[in-house]
Ligand binder design. Structure first.
Ligand SMILES: [Zn+2]
Length: 153
């Protein structure tokens, strides 16, 4: 079992892995469409032109065994996970590739990375909130859920 301190100790490793994954998506992903850029501006995302989407069959789990265990333990990445945002790199599960609400949801996370100042700052706050409140009750997650509903309905 994990306690809070053990979880917190994993954050630096999570930051490194997130940076690697972001680079992978930026190299292999596709830019936002015109309508996705419009949505990004409403949120607002500061630099929508930097965003890349990478279509995958399943959101990849971290390679590091401890991170992998933690991601599954807090239900952060499970087989049903629809998307994962690593700053400007967004993994999108196959079935949700054309799902506007999911893309808007993930773009709201991009705007949070921008607001907080980058991968390290975002993950530090986001993962701490997940430890404190649980996922998806974390305030940053709730912001993405509520705002994407508002924009898409
Ligand atoms: Zn989310």
């Amino acid at each position: 079992m994990f306690d809070l301190n053990q979880f917190a100790n994993l954050i630096p490793k999570a930051v490194l892995e997130a940076k690697e994954q972001e680079q992978k998506i930026l190299m292999n992903g596709t830019p936002l469409s015109d309508s996705q850029i419009e949505d990004a501006k409403i949120i607002p995302v500061k630099y929508p032109e930097r965003v890349r989407l990478l279509r995958v069959n399943q959101i990849p789990l971290p390679e590091d065994p401890e991170l992998k265990f933690a991601a599954q333990a807090i239900q952060f990445i499970i087989p049903n996970t629809r998307g994962l945002t690593l700053q400007y790199g967004i993994f999108v599960k196959n079935d949700y590739w054309n799902n506007r609400e999911l893309i808007v949801h993930e773009l709201i996370h991009t705007s949070q990375y921008e607001r907080l100042g980058g991968i390290q700052q975002f993950l530090n706050q986001y993962l701490t909130e997940c430890i404190q409140f649980g996922y998806p009750q974390a305030p940053l997650e709730q912001e993405a859920i509520k705002k994407s509903e508002l924009i898409c309905t």
